[in-house]
Design a binder for this molecule. Structure first.
Ligand code: GDP
Length: 430
């Protein structure tokens, strides 16, 4: 197997950063294919915490090539800052190790202004956007007025496209959103400076990946967010603005379906969600508080407290089917230590109807009653454990029950934030 997709199978923040970082050891190339700089993976290497938002997490491994695919929307300012920060720590010193798709779309200052102003106007009805301009950039991509890296490389084309967009956006910002107009010159000059920094990295990444896969190089595709945030298959409208399912690799990296060989889903041993939207297994009492406290469940980029609840097999089962998972990695099981009883949601009930998968209607999902199964907990801390056999019997039973309910084999269990705090049930994933 030479290509592997990693996707989150809940509402994001599943600990993908750590798992990708581990899998990256085996890979030659690591690719982002959707989303923007709202991803925010936290990596802990040798006790040092590094947050990457745009560049694939594999960047911390010497000699690996990181690719930002065409499906990603890129804030060039943030990207330059991230490159600078990584270079200061001795990473990414060779420019051949980062490749940016020439057809990836640029996040522009007006996208951020629109994002923030709209969220402010929504008040109570806000959708929980991070205000980084990602949604408005995808809107422009679909409306066919977006600006891509290939446009940025040509000063004249860039100037024309910026002028066209800014004329329209300034009317919208002023008349509808009651915001200040943005200045053409300022944006033009800032983006020309950014072009000089980023131009050496820009290539046809789809073709590059095709060549490398054909030559048997190991490629890891790194998903951001989670399946329940997919714009088509997630809990719409409380979703992100891109497709997050494994199938999005084909469009977002320009790689053909036959070139995909495996899909690993990342799931927490419980559930969290950031921002608004239905969350059937949410715990507002002490259980939720314990998960938040022991799991450090606060947003990496925003610092917002995450909503916490029991493991929801309905969510992960739906995601397993949508993504075609070939294996599952279960993270943060250490956080469950000390709970006398652990609940697992096996299905939903709503007005006499049973659901084994997530219903499409947000209203129905909001009103479902989770059907729980209670499993005995364990008191022992798990962080030092490195093999399945050494896990307390109840923790092993918990993992087996999840495998059974979801229908996918667990191949990796994460028992702590550090790279080495991992139980590898199958040592190789490629
Ligand atoms: P991602 O966006 O999916 O990578 O998730 P985040 O990085 O937002 O959140 C994962 C958080 O949990 C980070 O702070 C990780 O360092 C931490 N983490 C990852 N795996 C484990 C684990 O198995 N146990 C514990 N206690 N923390 C973990």
């Amino acid at each position: 197997m030479s290509t592997l997709i990693v996707v989150g199978v809940q509402w994001g923040d599943e600990g993908k950063g750590k798992v990708v970082d581990l899998l990256a050891r085996e890979a030659d190339i690591i690719v982002r294919f959707q989303g923007g700089n709202n991803a925010g993976h936290t990596l802990v290497v040798d006790g040092q915490k590094t947050i990457v938002r745009l560049i694939p997490s594999g960047v911390l491994h010497a000699g690996k090539v990181c690719v930002i695919g065409n499906g990603v929307v890129v804030d060039p300012q943030i990207l330059v800052e991230e490159i600078d920060a990584l270079q200061q720590r001795g990473y990414l010193t060779d420019s051949a190790l980062l490749k940016i798709s020439e057809t990836a779309h640029l996040i522009m200052p007006y996208h951020k202004a629109i994002d923030l102003a709209r969220e402010r106007l929504r008040g109570e009805g806000r959708i929980g956007t991070t205000g980084r301009g990602i949604g408005p950039t995808y809107e422009d991509k679909m409306a066919r007025v977006g600006i891509r890296f290939v446009d940025l490389l040509d000063e004249q084309v860039f100037g024309e496209k910026l002028a066209y967009n800014l004329q329209e956006k300034n009317i919208y910002l002023g008349a509808i959103l009651k915001e200040q107009a943005l200045d053409y010159r300022q944006i033009f000059e800032a983006y020309c400076r950014l072009r000089q920094r980023l131009a050496p990295y820009v290539i046809n990444t789809s073709r590059y990946l095709h060549q490398e896969i054909t030559h048997g190089r190991k490629v890891l595709f790194e998903g951001a967010q989670g399946t329940m945030l997919d714009v088509d298959h997630g809990t719409y409208p409380y979703v992100t603005s891109s497709n997050t399912v494994a199938g999005a690799v084909c469009a977002g990296a320009g790689v053909a379906p036959q070139q995909i060989h495996g899909v690993i889903g990342i799931s927490k041993a419980y559930t969290t969600r950031v921002g608004s939207g239905p969350f059937p297994t949410e715990q507002l009492g002490p259980a939720g508080e314990k998960l938040r406290r022991d799991g450090g469940e606060f947003g990496t980029v925003t610092g917002r407290p995450r909503r916490c609840g029991w493991f929801d097999a309905v969510v992960v089962r739906t995601a397993a089917r949508l993504n075609g998972l070939t294996s599952l990695a279960l993270t943060k099981i250490d956080v469950l230590s000390g709970l006398p009883t652990i609940r697992v949601c096996t299905g939903y009930e709503h007005h006499g109807q049973y659901y084994d998968e997530v219903p499409a209607s947000a209203q129905v999902l909001e009103g479902v009653t989770p059907i729980y199964e209670d499993l005995p907990g364990w008191a022992e801390p798990l962080t030092e454990i490195r093999s399945l056999d050494a896990l307390p019997a109840n923790a092993r039973r918990y993992v087996e029950r999840i495998e059974h309910l979801v229908g996918v084999a667990v191949k990796m269990i994460s028992v702590g934030a550090g790279r080495e705090e991992t139980i590898l049930i199958r040592p190789s994933f490629f």
